[in-house]
Design a protein around this ligand. Structure first.
Ligand SMILES: [Zn+2]
Length: 358
């Protein structure tokens, strides 16, 4: 299968552009001149400690105005040097530049990019201290095997959780072919029997009845909200199709390696990062393979690129400020995260809780 493209951190689909592989944690080869810090640190302290003026408003919108594990982590690290809002979204550690990008539409979507990139920033800045500060590393190492703990050359917190990705990948890929066939068969069967698409009321009734008979991890109302938040049709047929995917625990993109648009871009990227794109889609298998391997499981390798992206997506979805019909999209998506990837979701929840010990 040809790699048709990928998602950058702005989660805007684009054809593969070697540029963006450089960003998002990896130092850019394009960066030759030092960029002068644009934001002046605000001497007035906030719950986030010393932060730049530009950063403060965004931090409050993204992480709230009350002390939290995230506010503790942000207090622990220095103020952001440069904040940008144009072109592609990325975080670049070499000069501490965070770019929210300019292409995601809507405040909630823009905020999710900020949370995603800020999580990379926290991950990188704290992770790089582990080499010299074993006590700090220990705060994040509970339940981590010696094998991972002693692995050198990694500069992130999230790499410590690689074993959770292994566990979830095992479950998600076992019998995957059969589950995909099961979904295709079931969907083909019900669509073959459905009333004409020109008889809308009948069609809705037909799928409404099927929906009543099929119970999954989300209610029909939750699915409706979720599909709406992803810009998809929330018809009874759309809801039923989504339920069949949950029943078979798959994402079903229109073509191999593509995005399943009934799920959010972040969710596609989350599962893609965990399974190195065996399921899900986002940064691309090639991109993940460029990073250093943390752990192997049979033929599979799990790299630092995977743990970095999985955690950034975990934060963006967990903190998602989007509310539709009075329902918080994050609460719905958290159920999907726990259903598809319980180990990884728990592991990164633990990292967030560990921030309280900083
Ligand atoms: Zn990212």
């Amino acid at each position: 299968m040809v790699n048709r493209g990928g998602y950058n951190c702005r989660h805007q689909f684009s054809y593969v552009n070697p540029d963006w592989y450089e960003e998002d944690g990896e130092e850019s080869a394009l960066l030759t001149d030092k960029v002068k810090p644009k934001a002046v640190p605000n001497p007035k302290k906030s719950i986030f400690g010393e932060v730049s003026k530009d950063e403060k408003v965004l931090l409050e919108n993204a992480f709230g105005t009350e002390t939290s594990p995230f506010s503790k982590a942000i207090t622990f690290i220095p103020a952001l040097k440069t904040l940008k809002k144009s072109g592609r979204g990325f975080y670049r550690r070499s000069d501490d530049t965070l770019n929210i990008g300019s292409n995601r539409i809507g405040v909630a979507e823009e905020m999710k990019v900020f949370i995603h990139e800020y999580t990379h920033r926290i991950d990188r800045i704290i992770g790089v201290k582990f080499l010299d500060d074993k006590a700090l590393k220990l705060k994040f190492s509970k339940g981590v095997s010696d094998n991972i703990n002693k692995a050198g050359g990694f500069n992130s917190i999230s790499f410590l959780k690689a074993e959770s990705l292994v566990l979830d990948t095992k479950v998600l890929t076992k019998g995957l072919k059969k589950r995909r066939l099961g979904f295709n068969d079931e969907w083909a069967k019900v669509t073959a029997k459905q009333p004409s698409i020109f008889e809308k009321a009948k069609l809705e009734k037909y799928y409404e009845k099927l929906n009543k008979e099929l119970k999954v991890v989300l209610t029909d109302n939750e699915i409706k909200t979720y599909l709406t938040s992803n810009g998809r049709t929330a018809s009874q047929a759309g809801i039923y199709k989504f339920k069949l995917k949950l029943k078979n625990k798959i994402l079903a993109p229109r073509y191999d390696g593509g995005f399943d648009l009934q799920f959010s871009g972040d969710f596609n990227d989350y599962i893609g990062a965990i399974t190195k794109e065996t399921i899900g889609a986002g940064h691309g298998k090639y991109n993940y393979s460029k990073y250093r391997t943390i752990i192997r499981d049979g033929n599979r390798t799990f790299t630092e690129g995977q743990t970095l992206e999985a955690w950034a997506n975990h934060s963006a979805m967990t903190m998602n400020p989007n509310i539709i019909d009075n329902k918080a999209v994050k609460e719905i998506e958290r159920k999907l995260m726990k259903y598809f990837a319980p180990n990884t979701t728990k592991a990164f929840d633990d990292v967030v809780n560990n921030f309280n010990n900083l």
